[in-house]
Design a protein around this ligand. Sequence first.
Ligand code: ADP
Ligand code: MG
Ligand code: ZN
Length: 479
Amino acid sequence: MSTLPDGWFMVVGLEVHTELRTETKLFCGCANAFGDQPNTNICPVCLGLPGALPVLNQRAVEYAIRIGLALHCVIQDSSFHRKNYFYPDMPKDFQISQYDIPINGPGYLDLPGGVRIGIERAHLEEDTGKTTHLGGTGRIHGSDESLVDYNRSGVPLVEIVSCPDIRSAAQARAYAAELRSILIASGASDGRMEEGSMRVDANVSVRRGEDQPFGTRCEIKNLNSLRSVQRAVEYEALRQIALLEDGGTVRQETRHWDEDAGKTHTLRTKEEAYDYRYFPEPDLVPVTPTQAFIDTVRTGLAPMPAERRAALVSLLGEPNDAQIDQLLAVVEQGLDHFVITAVNAGVNAPLALTRTANELAASDRSLDNLDAEAIAATLLLEQAGDLSATQSKAVLAEVIAHGGGDPKAIAKSKGFEHMADGALDLVIDEVIAAHPDEWERFCGGDEKLQGFFTGKIMAATKGQADGKAVSAGLRARKN
Ligand code: ADP
Ligand code: MG
Ligand code: ZN
C-alpha cells in the first residue's frame, strides 16, 4: 500500500474547514451565499465596526451538532474565544473561534475499508473575507493590487481535526472523501471543494519505523480537491524522506501546495508562527444546548454513508470488487435512492447498481429532480429483454436529459424495436455458419472468441440484440 522507500512510514493528520449551509452568517443576519456581487452581504457586525455586537445563529449550532453526532463526537457545553491576528480580509483583527472547549469533543470516522480514524474535535468558528491579488501569479508577492470581499466574513465554519491516525496518501484522500460524504449526508454542508466550502490542511511527518516516535510535521495549507490532498501528502512525505536521508532535519513549518508544479514550498516557519493571544470572547455567553435539543438534532439526522453502503450491500448479497467500487461511488454521489427505487420496482440489484454507477453518475446534468421511477421503468424494459443494453443506455440518457419521461415512448421514438428471440436465434446460427473455424476453436475452449462472435452478432443486428441473450445463445450452442 505504501509508496514510500523501504523502511519509511508517514503519519498524517487532517484539519478540515467546512462552511455550514445556514441561510445567514454566524453572528449577524447577513446572507450566507456564494458567488454574489462582492461586498453586498455585509453589515456592521461582519465588518467589525466599533460597538457592533455578535448574536449567535442557532441554526449554526444545530448544524455543528449534526456534524458532531455524525462523527460520534462527545457533544459538550462550549464557549468562544478571540484568536488575534492581523489580516486585511479579517476586519475585526480577531477571529471568533472555539479554543479549549469545543462544541464537539473526541469522536471517530470509519473508512469504507474498516480503518478507524480518530477525531480530536470539531469546533465552530467564523470564516474570514476573501482577498484576490491581481497581477503576477495571483499570490500576494509580486501582485499589483489586492481586492477584498467581505461577503464570506462571518460565514459559519466547523473545523474538524483528525488524530494523527492516517498512514498513507491514499488513506488521507479516503478520509477526506468519506468526511465530505458525511458532511453532505448530515445536511450541514454542501461539501463543495471547488467553491472552497470544504478546505483541507494536511499535517505530514515521516519516521523510520512504525514503532518509532512521530517525526516533526509540516502543515500544508488549503488543499481544495481530493486529488490535491493525495498528491500533496505523497509529495511532502517524499520530500521529508529525501531531506532526512541526506542528513538534514525537518523544520516545523507551514507550506503551500503548488498544484501546477506538483510541489510544496515554505509559507512560514515555526519561528514566524503567530502568537494568537487567545482570550475568552466577552460578547458571547457559553453555548449550552439542552439534552432535548441534542436529541431532536439526532432524530433529524439522515442515514450516514456507512449505513447507506450497508443497505446496498444487503441488496446485492455478496458484491464483487467491481460492485463494491460502484456502490462506494454511488453513495458518495448521493445516488443510492435510484438503485433502491429500481430494486423495489423489480430490477435486479446488479443491473440497477451498474446503470446508476455508470449512466447516472457520468451525467454532467443535475440529478436532483430526476424521476427515479422513470429510471426504474427503463431498467425493467432492459431486464425483460425489450431493450438491449445499448438501447437501454440511450433511453436512460434521454430520461436523464429531461428529468424523467416514459421510456416506452422514448424507445419507440428512437425506433428501438424489440428483437424477438426467434430473430436473434436465426442471426446467431448464421454467424456461426459463416465462421466454422472460429466456432470450432471457441467450442474447443478458446474463450477469447466469445467477444469475436458477440461483435459479429451485434453488427448483424445493428446493436439491437441484448448482450445477455447473445451470450446465452452462444453458450447453448457450444459443444
Ligand atoms: P496545532 O494546535 O498546532 O494545530 P494540533 O496538535 O492541534 O496542533 O495538531 C494539528 C493536526 O496535526 C492534527 O490533525 C493532528 O492529528 C496532526 N498532527 C499532530 N502531530 C503530528 C505529527 N507528528 N505528524 C503528522 N500529523 C500530526
Ligand atoms: Mg490546528
Ligand atoms: Zn453581517
